[in-house]
Design a protein around this ligand. Sequence first.
Ligand SMILES: Nc1ncnc2c1ncn2[C@@H]1O[C@H](COP(=O)(O)OP(=O)(O)OP(=O)(O)O)[C@@H](O)[C@H]1O
Length: 200
Amino acid sequence: MSFDVDVRCQVGEAAIALRFATGAGVTVLVGPSGVGKSSVLNMVAGLLTPDDGHVRVGERTLFHAATGVNLPPQRRHVGYVFQEPRLFPHKRVRANLLYGAPDAAPLTATAAMLDIGHLLERWPASLSGGEARRVAIGRALLSDPAFLLLDEPMSSLDPTRREEVLRDIERIRDESRLPILMVTHDAQEAERLATSIVRM
Ligand SMILES: Nc1ncnc2c1ncn2[C@@H]1O[C@H](COP(=O)(O)OP(=O)(O)OP(=O)(O)O)[C@@H](O)[C@H]1O
């Protein structure tokens, strides 16, 4: 089992509840705007604490209300790519990529895979949307995560850039074998990337 999630949480007016258990590959979370998809990612990441339930990824229990287990985000070994790239504006691309990386050795190979090797000395403000997104994905991968969370990684990209990021995610799915939990609005993306689809 990759993701074994059963969470309930009141967020403002919204009562969010979701249960799913999925195997290896990409689990895609789909559903209308405001239904709570990003909140579920935040509960898996440890940024939002569920009122009840459990979160297990692989063999590890990250949260279990009944026994009081609640690992802080930094101990969950999560690579989280937010809807906005959230790069550090005062750090060059290279330093952004290495932020949180236990080891600089995989930098060259990861940058080559994401086709961002020529951008290492640039500042984030000079990047296009697609480039910034790929740097955010690279930073998540280089932190040596146990799993990836991707929140609408193709949103607000033009069709060419979208295709590039789609291919990157396919490559990560097929080569790194990291469990991936991803949110998308787009049925075609879900169809193409998903090993499992969870509807909210
Ligand atoms: N800080 C907050 N205070 C009150 N309500 C909130 C807060 N954060 C989120 N919500 C509400 O919780 C619900 C779930 O939000 P969430 O961002 O998880 O949805 P989503 O499915 O990811 O939406 P989208 O697809 O539009 O990004 C929404 O109804 C939202 O208005």
